[in-house]
Design a protein around this ligand. Structure first.
Ligand code: DGL
Length: 285
């Protein structure tokens, strides 16, 4: 059962960390943009890898899980939460904003910039089944892409390969998934899931270098910066802290995360209450 509204809050001091959550290691593609723009901010990241993928779960399941993770982030004294996951934003952002009084920054596939950037008027969107099926995504298309031909491509199985660090193994799947987008001659491709920027080079290789590839990480970092300024929550730490907490395989995350974040990061396990309690794990321990 989802808990009833009113507002849970943290102490919200400027020195507190920013909490960031994703179904897994995809959040690192957003975290590295935040690190670039806001290097003085501490980041406490959650990779819910034991529970990935979110893309095939129901909105209710995702809301419940995100609330549990957000409660924990607030217990750790986070001053703001970044939902570094398109799927979780579509399912849970509005609900979480009703539950909590701290700033919550979500994300959505970059349809607006893609519609502005396309030259031939044909845009591809790779995203999870959940994101593409959401009312939020339908509204996004209606608002920004009424003049654009948008070819959507769900990518089942791709997040699991990325979570396993099997980048070479993703090549054949990518070729199959991207074939309809190549046939449709898209000239602009939106990476509508935070895991996909981690394999941007492979996507570009399959699509060809003439196709421009757009994601939302940098825009999220900019929005976060605005929200922190507006709330007088911007930090000027000289020694910000970085940490990643996983519900999945700690050793695997420790091997993959520093490369994807672009700097060293200590990986810990989330507390036991985050152990798998729904469906299948991609990273059994
Ligand atoms: N990284 C997530 C997103 O941005 C979800 C991937 C998944 O768990 O299905 O949509």
């Amino acid at each position: 059962m989802l808990s009833p509204i009113p507002a849970k809050t943290s102490l919200q001091s400027a020195d507190s960390p920013i909490g960031l959550l994703d179904s897994g290691l995809g959040g690192l593609s957003v975290a590295r943009e935040i690190r670039r723009l806001l290097p003085q901010e501490s980041l406490l990241m959650v990779a819910d890898s034991a529970w990935a993928p979110y893309g095939d779960k129901s909105p209710e399941q995702i809301r419940e899980r995100c609330e549990k993770i957000s409660d924990w982030l607030i217990e750790q004294d986070c001053k703001a939460i970044v939902i570094a996951c398109n799927t979780a934003t579509a399912a849970a952002a509005s609900y979480l904003r009703e539950c909590y009084s701290l700033p919550i920054v979500g994300m959505e596939p970059a349809v607006k910039p893609a519609a502005a950037a396309t030259k031939n008027g044909i845009v591809g969107v790779m995203a999870t089944t959940g994101t593409l099926a959401s009312a939020r995504f339908a509204a996004l298309l209606g608002k920004f892409a009424s003049e654009t031909k948008v070819i959507t491509q769900p990518c089942p199985g791709l997040v699991e390969l990325i979570e396993a660090g099997d980048i070479a193994g993703s090549r054949t799947l990518l070729e199959n998934l991207l074939a309809p987008l190549r046939t449709a001659s898209v000239d602009t491709l939106v990476l509508g899931c935070t895991h996909y920027p981690l394999i941007k080079a492979q996507v570009s290789d399959v699509m060809g270098s003439a196709v421009q590839i757009i994601d939302t990480g940098e825009a999220v970092a900019r929005q976060l910066a605005r929200r922190l300024q507006d709330g007088q929550l911007a930090s000027n730490h000289s020694l910000p802290q970085l940490s990643l907490h996983t519900s999945g395989n700690q050793a695997l995350a420790q091997r993959l995360a520093p490369d994807w974040l672009g700097e060293p990061v200590e990986v810990s396990r989330l507390p036991p209450q985050f152990k798998l309690n729904h469906q299948s794990a991609t990273q059994p321990e």
